[in-house]
Ligand binder design. Structure first.
Ligand code: ADP
Ligand code: MG
Length: 231
């Protein structure tokens, strides 16, 4: 049986903005298990990015509880949260994922170096996953020498090499064409097979329907819904 990775209980999130209070979620209660491939859907402005930031422990809910691997995030200080992010969470954004002064392979081996692995071992692991994502002939390219799809594959290679339990992706295919989006999605399936949990925000209905289930945000409520073929 797959174990529970994230449990949220009645998360509420308001932003206290100078123009007034913005209420994002009233009640977000859900459970994510390892091996879950989850599409986070909802209209623009509904709070997808906000939820991803909360799950990445980059922001705190106004009230409610986020339990990550059995630990209530309220009991963690900033250093502990940062350590969890380094070891357990990979984050992929729509763009600007890569450090521009570092080559593709340096970007991929970065999480391993940060957590103290030896350079040569990290290099070899990074090279192997770059071959897996079909970038063997781009390993020494800088981000600005790569196409959007290639940059996204480098970001995914970094998540693959880091072997984190949780991969959070905020509209990772938002800037990609149909074929490249499908390729990126195929790596999410690979991560799922590795028993990782992947949560990806998307407006792409076809990809969302292929997830195990959707978390749909509407009017401050998050519901679990299923794609066309999965009941
Ligand atoms: P989505 O990713 O679904 O498009 P977001 O999570 O980015 O939506 O934003 C949800 C709402 O919260 C938006 O109306 C946005 O303007 C507002 N918002 C996001 N971050 C902040 C912030 N730091 N302060 C105030 N309002 C914010
Ligand atoms: Mg967003």
């Amino acid at each position: 049986m797959n174990k529970i990775l994230i449990e949220t209980k009645k998360i509420k999130k308001d932003f206290d903005h100078k123009n007034g209070l913005i209420k994002i979620f009233k009640d977000a209660s859900f459970t994510i298990k390892s091996g879950d491939l989850v599409a986070l859907v909802g209209p623009s402005g509904s709070g997808k990015s906000t939820l991803i930031h909360l799950l990445a422990l980059l922001d705190n809910p106004t009230s409610g509880t986020i339990i990550l691997k059995g630990t209530d995030s309220k009991n963690l200080n900033e250093k502990e949260k940062s350590d969890i992010r380094k070891k357990k969470i990979s984050i992929i954004f729509q763009d600007n994922n890569l450090l521009s002064d570092f080559t593709a392979i340096e970007n991929v081996l970065m999480p391993l170096i940060i957590r103290g692995e030896k350079y040569n071992d990290s290099f070899n692991k990074a090279k192997k996953v770059l071959i897996d994502v079909k970038l063997s002939d781009r390993i020494n390219h800088f981000p600005n020498e790569l196409s959007g799809g290639e940059q996204q594959r480098v970001a995914i290679a970094r998540a693959l090499v880091a072997e984190t339990d949780l991969i959070l992706a905020d509209e990772p295919t938002g800037n990609l064409d149909y074929k490249t989006s499908k390729e990126v999605f195929s790596y999410f399936l690979k991560l799922k097979k590795m028993n990782k949990a992947v949560i990806f925000a998307t407006h792409n209905r076809e990809l969302a329907d292929q997830a195990d289930y959707k978390l749909s945000i509407l009017n401050g409520i998050i519901k679990r819904t299923y794609g066309r073929d999965k009941k």
